[in-house]
Design a protein around this ligand. Structure first.
Ligand code: BG6
Ligand code: GLC
Ligand code: GLC
Length: 846
């Protein structure tokens, strides 16, 4: 003990008398002292009970089962690994709350070389009592002033200073640089800080102060700083223990045990916040009347009961309470107390602590209670400052990565103005295309003039070529509705990109097979052919393929009438002559199919392998078809929008790479920004770029990522599904042969979101252009219209459809647009077009 004199007492002063009436005079002083101190003895059995109870509380909190008053909090920090030893750089560290009423600022240099240490420079500032208990802003302003004062005398420039904030109070951390104070502990009680992000409060104060530009990169608890800064002993240091003003520990926990994390691999550092451990059953028997008094008179009665039996802030106070008690009982100081002894906080930790002894008791107790663990205790040399700097180094690297990610994705985030511009350009291109002027939109007449009226009857065959699947269908249109039987056939890539003859022979083989299976051999049913490529039609049953799109590239087909190619193949195969009545684009098939249910359906939209739109246009606007009255369905072929360079402002380097690597460079530029065949490729190119920047996959290019088309639309939809946990995202990517960390998985998810959001918005801008044109054609103030939609991307992606709808609402506010998903595919629509044609033909014959 330092000096009893400082308490205003003299040994042996005054006569030994009993100061309080009614109290028995001590018959034997040393007996009374012993009796009093006996209360502080803890038996092995009691320690074991505390150990068991604390472990139980920890496990309960990890499982997320916390009672009304949490015994321990088990707060995940954002530290996932112990230091690599390669961290380097200069960092400012600000420590608040670790050591009593003082604040420490350090300048830490990490060399990145193991064993090579540079001594940190540091300065300590005493926090005045009124600041500890005053408004929060005052405390943070004080901290910012201390920072400036410290930096003023260092030879540093005011550029790019990176700060790690050691803030040693219970906090909910939501990021390496985001942490909300749950409640003050250890003599602090500043107003307006609980529930706030302390990093933001510090940033604001530094900005108010204005002297230095400092980036607060990470926030850590003192236990974490202690663990991270520890020189590894026999093994890595995986526990951080602080017994200072307060007490707490952190340790590396398996992530799968931490319910709130939703992560099943790896580990995470957990701050136990054991100071609040307060199990009455376990702690009750070892708590003395002095512990109760101390708690009662503290700033936070009832809270931090375990800490109040261990932390330095309280040990001196406990000694003081014992001394007052013994003095009042006449055992000490001749029964006298002094005003100083009677005042709270007059005995400090340094008056009573014997650190050596503390450490050896700690070691013995751990050995006793955890005999199977070989624990080394390594005293922290610089109070955790180095550890904080290490976390800061990691955080700084991650923040730099995030900036690079944001920069990379920025061109994908389109403003309303940009989308309105796309809409306007689309309108212009539509008008020019209809007039036969040069335009990237071909605006192809389809010779479909009316939607079904319900009087159509009969059995029809349909083919559906150009999407994910090739189908042959039998469609029966009866009074009771439409019944469909169909079969999917594959078109191998070598056939899709082989010779035209091979492709059409294959198609006829599939038809023959289907007819046999359906018992239709020998019958010549009317056939509707959904052919999802741009065709110039001169009638319903004539369609000259202008160019292949998507993955098709069969030779000798472009410039040919597809119906003729099919008929020739039938002849070659000597199959039964088929009566091909109509050739129909998939957009038209979809519109017709949905139109059978809803007469308002006058637009057909496809967002699948490719993308396209058709709609009912006024015939008077269609220059290439005679006649001025009535309407005709126009296949816009909007996939080619921008092929004249008009989208170059929006096109990113990744779009350019995808385009260049495709089988039709320079073509279908709008489609390549929107549809399922390309989105995965855009994502892959972005990931390659981020890897080359070192942001992803630790900068290591994998063979898999170099593989074209590894990302299918299906993966994008799965990855972005809300119900999917990050670990499932990681599993999907690992199945693709991409081994990644949770940080990587999160970034991949963000890349997917940016790419698919842009796709949906561009698609929405296009739909807005189309419906606005229809509204203006009809001179309506407001248009109510339905859009029939099909395509795997639109149907499977969790957010695509709602983003399209939101964009249309924004850009075409005078159109009330309903989106109808086609259930039966375009084949049904092709059959209906055929049915209408047959009905009309019959009528003409009559
Ligand atoms: C289907 C049509 O419903 O949608 C196909 O029947 C069409 O012909 C397709 O091409 C578009 O979707 P995807 O995703 O298969 O290209
Ligand atoms: C208090 C704080 C805790 C800190 C400990 C040691 O218990 O709540 O966050 O780690 O003191 O300083
Ligand atoms: C491509 C085709 C187009 C089709 C679309 C959707 O863009 O050129 O005709 O409608 O894909 O399948």
């Amino acid at each position: 003990m330092d000096s009893i004199g400082s308490l205003g007492l003299q040994q042996g002063e005054g006569a030994p008398s009993c100061p309080q009436e009614g109290l028995p005079c001590p018959s034997n002083s040393s007996e009374m002292v012993q009796e009093c101190l006996q209360q502080f003895k803890v038996t092995g059995a009691q320690l074991r009970q505390i150990q068991t109870s604390l472990l139980g509380s920890m496990e309960q909190a990890l499982r997320g089962q916390v009672g009304p008053a949490p015994a321990v909090r088990m707060l995940p920090t954002y530290v996932g690994s112990t230091p690599h030893g390669t961290e380097k750089g200069d960092f400012v560290v600000l420590e608040l709350g670790a050591t009593g009423a003082s604040l420490r600022v350090l300048w830490v240099t990490l060399t990145g070389i193991e064993g090579h240490k540079v001594e940190p420079r540091s300065q300590e500032f005493v926090i005045p009592q009124e600041v500890m208990l005053g408004p929060g802003q005052q405390l943070f302003d004080f901290a910012a002033r201390c920072l400036s004062e410290f930096l003023d005398v260092l030879p540093v420039d005011n550029q790019g200073l990176q700060l790690g904030f050691s803030f040693s109070f219970p906090c909910h951390q939501t990021g390496l640089d985001k942490s909300t104070l749950i409640s003050w502990t250890k003599g602090f009680k500043c107003s307006d800080v609980e529930g706030q992000d302390v990093v933001q409060l510090l940033r604001d104060a530094i900005q108010r102060q204005g002297a230095y530009s400092i980036d607060v990169v990470a926030v850590v608890n003192d236990t974490v700083g202690t663990m991270m800064g520890c020189e590894p002993g026999v093994g890595p240091c995986e526990v951080g223990l602080v017994v200072d003003t307060g007490t707490n520990a952190c340790y590396m926990e398996e992530a799968r045990h931490v319910a709130v994390l939703d992560e099943d691999r790896g580990r995470v550092c957990i701050s136990i916040e054991w100071g609040s451990f307060s199990d009455e059953g376990a702690l009750g028997p070892v708590q003395t009347i002095f512990d109760h008094t101390l708690d009662h008179e503290s700033l936070n009665p009832g809270a931090q009961r375990f800490e109040k039996m261990i932390g330095g802030l309280y040990l001196g106070e406990l000694v003081r309470l014992v001394l007052v008690h013994l003095a009042q009982r006449g055992v000490l100081f001749g029964g006298h107390t002094s005003p100083v002894l009677r005042s709270q906080g007059s005995i400090l930790l340094e008056h009573v602590a014997e650190m050596e002894e503390f450490l050896s008791v700690l070691r013995e107790t751990v050995m006793l209670l955890a005999p199977n663990c070989d624990v080394s205790f390594i005293p922290s040399v610089d109070g955790g400052g180095r550890g904080v700097a290490m976390v800061t180094a990691v955080a700084a690297r991650l923040a730099a990565h995030r900036r690079l990610l944001e920069e990379t994705l920025a061109p994908f985030r389109l403003t309303r103005e940009q989308l309105a511009e796309v809409q306007a350009q689309m309108r212009e291109a539509m008008a020019k295309g209809l007039q036969g002027e040069a335009s990237s939109l071909r605006m192809l007449p389809t010779y479909v003039r009316a939607t079904p009226d319900g009087s159509e009857r009969g059995d029809f065959l349909a083919l559906d070529l150009g999407g994910t699947n090739f189908r042959v269908l039998l469609v029966r249109v009866t009074t009771g509705g439409v019944q469909i039987s169909s079969q999917i056939y594959s078109i191998p890539e070598c056939v899709a990109q082989g010779s035209g003859q091979q492709l059409f022979d294959h198609i006829v083989d599939c038809i023959v097979d289907f007819q046999q299976k359906q018992g239709l051999s020998g019958q010549s049913l009317p056939l509707g052919f959904t052919f999802s490529f741009p065709c110039r039609q001169m009638g319903l049953d004539q369609g000259i393929l202008l160019n292949w799109t998507k993955g098709f590239n069969a030779s000798d087909c472009e410039g040919q009438d597809v119906v003729c190619l099919l008929r020739e193949a039938i002849r070659r195969r000597q199959a039964v002559e088929l009566n091909v009545v109509a050739i129909v684009n998939d957009t038209v098939g979809t519109m017709m199919s949905c139109g059978y249910e809803d007469p308002h359906c006058e637009v057909g939209l496809i967002v699948g392998t490719g993308t396209n739109v058709c709609y009912m246009e006024e015939l008077r606007n269609v220059a290439s078809v005679d006649g001025d009255s009535g309407q005709m369905c126009i296949n816009t072929e909007w996939g080619a929008f921008g092929d004249d360079g008009s989208l170059s402002m929006l096109s990113t380097r990744f779009d350019a790479s995808v385009d260049q690597a495709s089988i039709n460079p320079g073509k279908q530029r709008f489609e390549k920004m929107i549809s399922g065949m390309y989105l995965g490729e855009i994502v892959r190119h972005i990931l390659l770029h981020l890897t080359s920047l070192g942001v992803l996959f630790r900068g290591q290019q994998t063979q898999r990522l170099q593989t074209r088309d590894i990302f299918k639309t299906k993966f994008l939809s799965e990855i972005e599904s809300d119900s999917l946990a990050l670990r499932q995202v990681r599993a999907i990517l690992e199945d693709l042969g991409l081994p990644l960390t949770s940080d990587d998985a999160l970034m991949v998810l963000e890349v997917c979101q940016a790419v698919s959001q842009r796709a949906a918005q561009l698609c929405g801008a296009g739909v807005a252009a189309v419906v606005e044109k229809i509204r203006e054609n009809r001179g309506l103030e407001e248009l109510t219209i339905s859009v029939g939609v099909d395509g795997t991307l639109y149907k499977l992606h969790p957010h695509f459809s709602s983003l399209v709808a939101a964009t249309v609402r924004e850009l075409a506010p005078r159109c009330v647009v309903t989106f109808l998903q086609s259930e039966d595919g375009s084949g049904k629509g092709a059959a209906l077009v055929t049915a209408v044609a047959c009905r009309l033909a019959q009528r003409t014959r009559i």
